[in-house]
Design a protein around this ligand. Structure first.
Ligand code: XMP
Length: 308
């Protein structure tokens, strides 16, 4: 077992040998795997690594700014705002699996379009061990990717033998911000799977604000260390509430705060009531469209972590 320092030294030599003086691209999401991979490859080939950050408009509050600020001076960093394209493609779609498929497809379209603007020969991917062990046989360690334009990219996966905790250690050794290294997992389709039913800019905005409040309160109390994920779901259920002396009809938001080690199973830990109450009060007072907040208390199984 190599130390993080030895792993980095070894990886840099291998990446230099493999990529040489050619250009490479990476889809950087700001998650720990793609972030560590980007910084590692940058150490090896410098600005010949082009990092592409696709904003699908389904990100959390402040996330695009945070990722941009973290990487704009560290990497050859390209921010691509494709939010309108994603929203158009998702218009009127209710089914969560359909949403996932559309998001995956539009993501590939956008990324390929950006890749074709470069003369990259390599595609760097932040694949880690659990990603390919679960799909063994489907992902080969050496493979090429042909784009519709005829451009062919050779895939490079510098951290494919590492597990999450090892990736974090490498990230720390590379000097990556702890906020990135210990970021809670966020699904690729983003808030699309936390808004039940069709997606509109207004509903995404409500969901984003509610999630912002949950993150703030949980992180302020340091409760995030014991939680795998903590988030809010905007349901499509409307419930009656009262504002002043008027009856009101607004959204039901559900809080989901789970502990887990690998997301295969998850449980609901004991949580301080005053924090739950504070999140509920803030969500209903700061987001006028919400009249009711509920707390999810189902483990996985039988429930999944996400609602959609
Ligand atoms: P579930 O909801 O299946 O989630 O219990 C297990 C873990 O996977 C994440 N998740 C996703 N991640 N694309 C992703 O990249 C997805 O479509 C997706 N769906 C769920 C979820 O956040 C949890 O950590």
């Amino acid at each position: 077992m190599l130390s993080p320092e030895e792993f980095i030294k070894d990886a840099i030599t291998k990446i230099k040998d493999e990529i040489g003086d050619e250009k490479a691209i990476i889809a950087l999401s700001g998650g720990v795997d793609s972030s560590v991979c980007s910084v590692l490859v940058k150490e090896a080939i410098g600005d010949n690594l082009i990092a592409i950050f696709v904003d699908h408009g389904l990100l959390r509050q402040g996330e695009a700014e945070q990722v941009t600020n973290t990487f704009k001076d560290k990497l050859n960093f390209n921010y691509v705002d494709a939010s309108q394209e994603f929203l158009n493609a998702l218009k009127d779609v209710e089914d969560p699996e359909e949403k996932r498929k559309i998001i995956g497809k539009v993501f590939i379209d956008v990324f390929e379009r950006e890749a074709e603007k470069t003369d990259a020969k390599f595609l760097v991917q932040g694949t880690i061990a659990p990603d390919w062990i679960e799909t063994e046989g489907k992902i080969k360690s050496h493979h090429n990717l042909a784009l519709p334009s005829g451009m062919v990219l050779e895939v490079v996966e510098p951290i494919r033998d590492l597990y999450k905790d090892e990736v974090r250690e490498i990230g720390l050794e590379l000097g990556l911000d702890e906020k990135i290294v210990y970021r809670q997992p966020f699904p690729g389709p983003g808030l699309a799977v936390r808004v039940i039913g069709t997606l509109t800019p207004d509903k995404l905005d409500i969901c984003r604000k509610a999630n912002g409040i949950v993150s703030e309160e949980i992180e302020k109390e340091g409760l995030n260390e014991d939680l795998w994920q903590y988030f809010a779901v905007l349901t499509d259920t409307k419930v009656t509430g009262v504002k002043g002396d008027q009856r009101d009809f607004g959204y039901l938001v559900v809080l989901r705060l789970v502990s887990s080690t690998d997301a295969m199973t998850a449980y609901i830990p004991e949580l301080p009531w005053e924090v739950i109450r504070r999140m509920s009060k803030r969500i209903t007072s700061e987001i006028p469209e919400v009249t009711h907040v509920a707390l999810s208390i189902s483990d996985k199984p039988p429930s999944t972590i996400e609602f959609a």
